[in-house]
Design a protein around this ligand. Structure first.
Ligand SMILES: NC(=O)C1=CN([C@@H]2O[C@H](COP(=O)(O)OP(=O)(O)OC[C@H]3O[C@@H](n4cnc5c(N)ncnc54)[C@H](OP(=O)(O)O)[C@@H]3O)[C@@H](O)[C@H]2O)C=CC1
Ligand SMILES: CCCCCCCCCCCCCCCC(=O)[C@@H](N)CO
Length: 331
């Protein structure tokens, strides 16, 4: 029986090896380690969900933590829970990120920041046609403009504070809905996609100040915010979002902190998020030459995977409308 021999010459390895070598020299910005211990970590939305867990983690790492949110009682509760769990005192400030002057006052009172985590966020999932313009404006104002307010207020102090304190970080909590548009998230996705443009531009502006930007992309995460959201979000939003499953806030916070410490620009939180990040890498910075190698070598296949997901989602949408039509005819 003639065997089938697949002969390949070692020469074939030349291509990936030379690509690895090229990437080793060209990836920009260069890798960095952002210190957390004895650094001032300022977390917005740190009184609940992902931000609260992240605050606990940073306090555990010996950071001086400041929390900003609106609700004083929730802030006090967060302060107590962190004191109880880590023995560390955190500073808490009540302010609405929509109000620049209030944000500026808090940032000045809190003192120079080493790691700024713009984690605050609001999310109301609804078809654009049904959604009130005020609610659309609200999400853009909190998620996008609120982040501009934070960074505008904090950046001068972060730059001044760098001498001898090592690299600083500005971490922005986006969402997988900030990498791909999802049914019901027209306003939310727009606000989170906007953060991508902000982050990519800002990194070029502040790399010379040794401040490193991280964009974090969680899937559905089991927080009080998600609990609230799922009470009224469209069924199709849940069906499509389920493609990436759901995570615990602890898992997301751990991935977030790891990404911040390593100065990673695109921080996925689960396997689907990893696939999504490779598929949507675009021209975002990549500090890891190994990740750059994966992005270059799998770009094509990831696009195919993305098309499969789109095929699946549009199939669900079609099925949903067909079911809706049948049930309305039946009634
Ligand atoms: N949960 C999820 O499924 C996912 C969440 N994300 C993102 O993660 C981040 C945190 O979400 P999550 O932990 O679920 O949120 P939660 O709703 O649990 O907490 C939101 C936090 O943000 C604060 N906040 C909300 N609005 C404002 C405001 N205008 N000014 C100041 N603080 C504000 C809240 O405090 P207060 O109300 O007292 O102001 C609270 O501390 C958000 O950016 C969200 O978009 C991303 C992907 C998935
Ligand atoms: C190329 C391969 C693609 C890989 C899979 C893509 C799966 C994408 C699913 C998107 C889920 C969006 C969840 C948003 C969660 C959120 O932000 C709300 N809960 C509000 O906070």
């Amino acid at each position: 029986m003639a065997g089938v021999y697949i002969s390949f010459s070692p020469l074939i390895l030349i291509i990936p090896l030379s690509l690895l070598l090229i990437l080793y020299f060209i990836v920009r910005p260069k890798p960095v380690r952002v210190p957390i211990k004895n650094r001032h970590v300022f977390i917005t939305g740190g009184s609940s969900g992902i931000g609260l867990v992240l605050a606990h983690l940073c306090a555990n790492h010996g950071a001086d933590v400041t929390l900003l949110a609106r609700n004083v009682a929730k802030l006090e509760e967060a302060k107590q829970s962190i004191k109880l769990a880590t023995g560390r005192d955190v500073s808490v400030f009540s302010a609405d990120v929509k109000e620049y002057d209030a944000v500026k006052r808090v940032v000045e009172e809190a003192g120079p920041i080493d790691v700024l985590v713009c984690n605050h966020g609001v999310f109301v999932a609804q078809e654009m046609e049904e959604e009130e313009l005020d609610e659309i404006r609200f999400m853009i104002d909190v998620n996008l403009m609120g982040t501009f307010h934070l960074i505008k207020a904090a950046l001068p102090g972060m730059k001044k504070n760098r001498a001898g304190r090592g690299p600083g970080s500005i971490a922005i909590m986006s969402s997988q809905a900030g990498q791909v548009g999802i049914y019901g998230y027209t306003a939310y996705s727009a606000s989170k996609f906007g953060l991508r443009g902000l982050a990519e531009s800002l990194q070029q502006e502040i790399i010379a100040d040794d401040i490193h930007v991280s964009l974090i992309f969680p899937p559905d995460t089991e927080t009080p915010g998600l609990l609230e959201e799922t009470k009224r979000r469209p069924q199709l939003t849940s069906i499509i979002a389920a493609s990436s499953g759901a995570m615990k806030p602890d898992e997301v916070a751990k991935k977030s902190l790891k990404g911040i410490q390593s100065g990673t620009f695109i921080v996925p939180c689960n396997f689907e998020g990893f696939l999504l990040s490779v598929a949507t890498a675009g021209l975002s910075p990549q500090r890891s030459y190994l990740m750059a190698f994966v992005e270059v070598m799998t770009a094509g296949i990831m696009r195919l995977a993305g098309l499969f997901f789109q095929w699946n989602w549009y199939g669900s949408i079609q099925k949903w409308h067909a079911t809706k039509r049948t049930s309305s005819l039946a009634s």
